[in-house]
Write a protein that binds this ligand. Sequence first.
Ligand SMILES: *Cc1c(COP(=O)(O)O)cnc(C)c1O
Length: 393
Amino acid sequence: MKDDLSDAGFETRAVRFAQQRTHEREHSEAIFMTSSFVFDNAAQAAARFSGQEQGNIYGRFHNPTVRTFEQRLASLEGGESCVATASGMSAILATVIALLQAGDHMVASKSLFGSSIALFDNYLKKFGVEVTYVTLSNVDDWAAAVTPATKMLFAETPSNPLTEVCDIQALADVAHDCGALLVVDNCFCTPAIQRPLEFGADIVIHSATKYLDGQGRALGGAVVGNSDLVGDKIFSFLRTAGPSMSPFNAWIFTRGLETLSLRMKAHSENARLIANWLESHDKIERVYYPGLASHPQYEVANKQHDDSGGIVAFDVVGGQEAAWKVMDSLSLMSITANLGDVKTTITHPTSTTHFRISAEQRAAAGIGDGLLRISAGLESANDLIADLDQALN
Ligand SMILES: *Cc1c(COP(=O)(O)O)cnc(C)c1O
């Protein structure tokens, strides 16, 4: 094994990669709560600012605690570079602002996170970037939407909330055939389950708020990719515009990475048990979970995923009224917008996370009024299923 652990196993890197122990010999990673760094003399300050000498300057762009998180996540995703951001949305913002310009065209899936669609439609379009939305799982649809101006394909797989899956390798081919980049939001799987760069994606986006933290404590995001796109272009936007991750949050997310692999196995197991149970319930119209043989992209999911993840969605017979009644009758699961938490959460996408997109767009994405989304936590599966059972009755 190499000294820097770059060839160690996933779990070893998740626990130890890129730790920079100080002279105090702390065992756990230190938190550097400082907004700037001191230079030895005026000449060193000048050398740092001109880029002649590498090293810490100012907290908007350098912090050792944040750097440990960035290097560890980059290693887990198999990327050269990572930049950490204040939230998942600022990771997406930094990516599109840094890599696109007026006149460019982007193809994105209809089934994106609601705020991503709002960001593209309400702000990106304002700066002259056109966006075409296609069906995530239909490669021909993506290929047909490409124009000579297409510079980016943007996918989230599995999607929120329907867990629709795209073939990353096929999309990477479509992107590279036209000289565009493939960006994948890997929030639902995390690198413990899916590493999009291995299938040809150019950039991976994270909302660290979700599974990377895993305990619902802090907001953060990250972008992973090669050193030109991420280490240079996206980092340059970040250091200029400032949606940087706080050192304290980076420390929390580094703790989260240590247990990521174990947690994703446990989330997946609970979600699988819930999905199987729901599938045989007569008040449930349909269950969406990539680990079910009934899932339309079951084969692709099997190829791409090491496990099936913690998100399960299902249509309750009787629309919104029935769905709300189920939610209000639950005693254990939390009604909250977050996902990827140790505590199981449930949401009604139509009236919450996907409220800001039009009814037309929701219908096109297949998000019905009776749809509920569960993010399976780490409670006992028996208790979660008993909670759903009494609520459905
Ligand atoms: C939550 C989420 C985001 C946004 O992340 P924030 O940290 O809330 O800004 C982006 N993409 C997906 C898939 C998400 O679930």
